[in-house]
Ligand binder design. Sequence first.
Ligand SMILES: C[S@@+](CC[C@H](N)C(=O)[O-])C[C@H]1O[C@@H](n2cnc3c(N)ncnc32)[C@H](O)[C@@H]1O
Length: 307
Amino acid sequence: MTTTATSGQAPPAATQGLPRPRTFDEVPGWFYRTDLILFDWFLSRQRDREHRGDLLEMGAYMGKSAVLMGGYLNAPEERFTVCDLFDDPEAAPDKANEREMERSYSTLTRRAFEANYLSFHDELPVIMQAPTSVVPDEVADGSCRFVHVDASHLYEHVHGDIAAARDVLAPEGLVVLDDYRSDHTPGVACATWQAVLESGLRPVCVSSHKFYGTWGEPRPWQDALHAELRARGKCWLQWQEVAGQRLLLVGARKADPPSLPVSRHAPPAAATAAASGKPAPRAAAARRLAADLLPPVMTRALRRARR
Ligand SMILES: C[S@@+](CC[C@H](N)C(=O)[O-])C[C@H]1O[C@@H](n2cnc3c(N)ncnc32)[C@H](O)[C@@H]1O
């Protein structure tokens, strides 16, 4: 099992010939509007409140969430580490994980991750190409303020990843658990709620796809998030209690998106629009024209398809 940690700018040859995403939407991966808003809100609040610490992602795939997180390093001493097997499925710790890799990520390469990341940022994060079981040895206890757990979705691994997240997080740090309730990931659901019931993980909020929690005090996060999203509007919010723990349910797919990372390959108009979170002018004009000319039933169908 090998761990290769690198950071800094990749040599140009390493990413030559690979597709170069012109927008954040073009980076392959899974990231929905509600979670864009929540990542932006939590990471911006850490910045505004001067919470210092490193960022860690377990499971980076082609870099979509990493590209986003990489925009929230707030001080030169802060470090962003990603851990992924990339194109080394044989390094998977067991057969079930190896099968998971072959089934779901067979076209993944580390070079594609690097090319995507460098389209948006000047420097690569620290990359650990290894199973996430190396995290406790490689990442210092208490060093992180934000951890995204999105690697293997099998129970045994997620259980270990959550334990690792607890150790590397500072007391006020946040952990985000991907796919905590999807129909194909019962292992993540089990590991998530087990951590709540047995290891002191406290829910802050949940979206359809991700669970946001802390081993610190969740109430200040919850109250501020609720107030902010209510004021922004277009968000569905509901308080619930699960096993005596308060959590906020959030649906924000109709809310305005945050500013998205801007690709160095973006055409100038798209770059300006992406930075402002608005569609590029030509696309917006075309949409307005279509809305004026098409019958309402088609306009509604187009809007639904776009959503
Ligand atoms: C769902 S994808 C990550 C998606 C990414 N966070 C995003 O939002 O675009 C899961 C990733 O976990 C990696 N992975 C699976 N099992 C792993 C393990 N045991 N250790 C490290 N990485 C693993 C896969 O290579 C894949 O890239």
